[in-house]
Design a protein around this ligand. Structure first.
Ligand code: UDP
Ligand code: MG
Length: 191
């Protein structure tokens, strides 16, 4: 099994690149953001709790996210690998993921950090906001999400540098060029 974290600030292309990875490698995909949006749409208790945080550009608390992730992880079987998209977002979540995987004799094989400058992120997210219908794709919330990323999420980079599986990926250029960089990194770590 190959376990991949696709990491990066909001608008860095995690979802787009995950779709291409699924197609090429048949990995399972866990996007905590997508799960949360589905819960909101279904108006569940979890969705109701999460929507306040999401609309403000804040993180949904660790305990909620970790429990949700563990449930999702337990539904997978005979997986070729998992792409974790948008998770972990804090070092506590990263530590919890490590423990969860350890129980299944698994670990994170590679953490891919999509590197994109802030102005490019803002431009991309505003453009996405024209059609996404997402409550958090507006300028005010985008700025908040980027600052939350910098203060709470970027420390996760050092966590995986310490684990020895960190890879920085230039996240600008054509979607296919970025995908080539990602594929190359994954193929190398599989051997
Ligand atoms: N979110 C969260 N924890 C997660 C995933 C998502 O708190 O593990 C919330 C957070 O408010 C975030 C929003 O959901 O700003 C959207 O997350 P998603 O990963 O979909 O957005 P992206 O960063 O990819 O634009
Ligand atoms: Mg996303």
């Amino acid at each position: 099994m190959v376990n991949v974290i696709i990491f990066g600030p909001p608008g860095s292309g995690k979802g787009t690149q995950s779709e291409k990875l699924i197609e090429k490698y048949n990995f399972d995909h866990i996007s905590t953001g997508d799960i949360l949006r589905a819960e909101i749409k279904a108006e569940t208790d979890l969705g109701k709790k999460a929507s306040q945080f999401i609309n403000n550009g804040e993180l949904v608390p660790d305990n909620i996210i970790i429990e949700m992730l563990e449930k999702k992880l337990n539904t997978l079987n005979n997986s070729k690998g998992v792409i974790f998209d948008g998770f972990p977002r804090t070092t506590d979540q990263a530590a919890a993921l490590k423990e969860m995987l350890k129980k299944h004799n698994e670990k994170i094989d590679i953490m891919l950090n999509l590197e994109v400058e802030n102005q490019e992120l803002i431009d991309r997210l505003l453009k996405r906001g024209e059609t996404s219908g997402r409550s958090d794709d507006n300028l005010e919330t985008i700025k908040k999400r980027i600052s939350v990323y910098e203060s709470q999420t970027s420390p996760v980079i050092d966590f995986y540098k310490n684990e020895g599986c960190y890879r920085g990926i230039k996240g600008v250029g054509s979607i296919d060029d970025i995908f080539s960089r990602i594929s190359e990194a994954i193929d190398k770590c599989q051997n």
